[in-house]
Design a protein around this ligand. Structure first.
Ligand code: DLL
Length: 447
């Protein structure tokens, strides 16, 4: 177990050796780990052997870090096509945990962890907490969802690793959450940024004054895009310092990167993840400092190693040493995605998931529009407008109501969130001459 080291400017660092490693040493370590990972993928995951053979690349061809761009990309569709376990590099008797996130259609993406993978994850989350000054004297109120989503368990194990008290609250029952803040004296909040604002509103409604009644000092917010404006609002309304935390199921979960107290980009755990940016259209590698799609290769994962994962997240990478002392590359706040995935109330949603549900219901046409907005209560609102068939329309209101209810219930089953449904008359939604515009996202993540 590491002992956090404090540098001259009061920034705590959990794993001093790896987080402040001189770049040449870090790159040497990355190359060794990359070579091992490629070997593991080639010999243990049939898809990687197939892809590498098709490109004429062998593990021995990886002699420099730059050679990473000889390797094939991995996409969400590869994971979907190999559902559930075909991309695991270890048999299930070595796997101790599964997590999952939305796939583009019915089946989710499933990832597995060995004991060592779980340990690595806890270490990475310990780095995150420590970078925000969290230690064993802290009380962590964890409102990230527990379950197949990686947020709850990821945040949980990291908090235990630094020796803090963790309160595994999960999401929902907001009144009770505010009561527990007061009663247990939480000092750290873990939640999506939008839920933090919902809780802040709830506290206000209950007459709770954060300055007077709460002990929150920091929070780590992520799992969805958020703006600087939201950050300022969370900080003001909850009287805490807000840190951005990033991660994705395919690479591990939360803990891939997070901010330090300088709030000048998110430090990537580069000894565990090799980062590149590519042009989202051509897949060509982009120079550092240029906005592009982030591509990640896992360097230490055992059960679910991933080569060049197309995250679809847009960012800029910078390798300048940070004032906090960390030498790891930093990524800028995510500015959007290169695919059509929406994150609604922290849940990943693909329009194709909604379409496949619509297609299973008799009486509905595959003519639909998805409208997403963020109300003044900071909750994302999902509305699905869908055309009915002439036949259903002729059957009248009762029949329409039944179909509406069924669609609402089926979408809830598949997405895990509620949607408002409007079944509209045939041929009333606007037709496009080119690509149909299926999604209207009224939220603004660019300030
Ligand atoms: O959201 C893991 C996580 C949990 C991260 C808790 C942070 C905190 P997924 O459900 O697989 O995993 O969703 C991953 O969410 O590709 C991004 O598009 C988005 N995302 C995650 N963190 C951020 C962030 C978790 N800080 C997808 N800012 C990613 C913007 C984020 N988008």
């Amino acid at each position: 177990m590491s002992i956090p080291v404090q540098n001259a400017r009061q920034c705590l660092i959990w794993d001093h050796e790896h987080e402040t490693m001189p770049r040449p040493n870090l790159e040497k370590l990355q190359l060794e780990r990359l070579q091992k990972t490629v070997e593991r993928c080639y010999t243990k995951v049939p898809l990687y052997k197939e892809k590498m053979d098709a490109l004429g690349v062998k593990p021995d061809d990886i002699n420099r870090l730059k050679d990473v761009n000889k390797l094939p990309f991995t996409t969400k569709n590869d994971l979907r096509d190999n559902y559930p376990f075909k991309m695991f590099a270890e048999p299930l008797d070595k796997v101790v945990r599964l997590h999952a996130s939305s796939g583009t259609t019915g089946k989710p993406v499933v990832v597995g962890y060995t004991v060592n993978d779980i340990n690595t994850w806890a270490e990475l989350m310990a780095r995150v907490y420590t970078s925000g000054g969290v230690t064993n004297v802290d009380i962590v109120h964890n409102s990230y969802g527990y379950g197949l989503f990686t947020g709850g368990m990821g945040a949980h194990y990291g908090a235990e690793r630094v020796g803090a008290v963790v309160i595994p609250v999960s999401g929902g029952l907001s009144k009770r959450q505010v009561m527990l803040w007061q009663d247990f004296g939480a000092t750290v909040l873990m939640s999506t940024p939008s839920y933090a604002l919902v809780l802040a509103e709830q506290a206000k409604e209950m007459g709770v004054n954060p300055l007077r009644d709460l002990k929150l000092k920091v929070g780590f917010f992520g799992a969805e895009p958020w703006t600087m404006e939201m950050k300022r609002e969370i900080e003001a309304k909850l009287n805490l310092e807000a840190f951005d935390i990033y991660g994705l199921t395919e690479m591990m979960g939360p803990g891939v990167s997070s901010e330090c107290p300088y709030h000048d980009g998110l430090h990537i755990a580069e000894d565990h993840f090799l980062v590149e940016t590519v042009d989202p259209d051509t897949g060509e590698s982009l120079p550092l400092g240029q906005l592009g799609e982030m591509v990640l290769t896992s360097l230490t994962k055992e059960a679910f190693p991933v080569l060049r994962y197309r995250t679809r997240d847009r960012t800029i990478i910078d390798t300048e040493v940070c004032s906090c002392g960390r030498t790891t590359a930093r990524m800028k706040r995510i500015t959007g995605r290169t695919d059509d995935m929406l994150i609604i109330r922290g849940v990943n949603v693909f329009p194709s998931q909604i379409e496949s549900v619509i297609l299973t219901i008799k009486g509905l046409e595959p003519q639909y529009v998805i409208v997403v907005d963020r109300g003044s209560n900071y909750m994302d609102d999902l509305e699905v407008l869908v055309e009915c068939t002439e036949k259903l329309h002729a059957q009248g209101d009762e029949a329409l109501e039944k179909v509406k209810e069924r669609l609402g219930a089926d979408l809830h089953q598949v997405l895990g969130i509620n949607a408002r449904i409007k079944v509209v008359a045939p041929k009333t939604l606007e037709r496009s001459e080119g690509k149909a515009k299926r999604v209207v996202d009224l939220r603004d993540f660019n300030n």
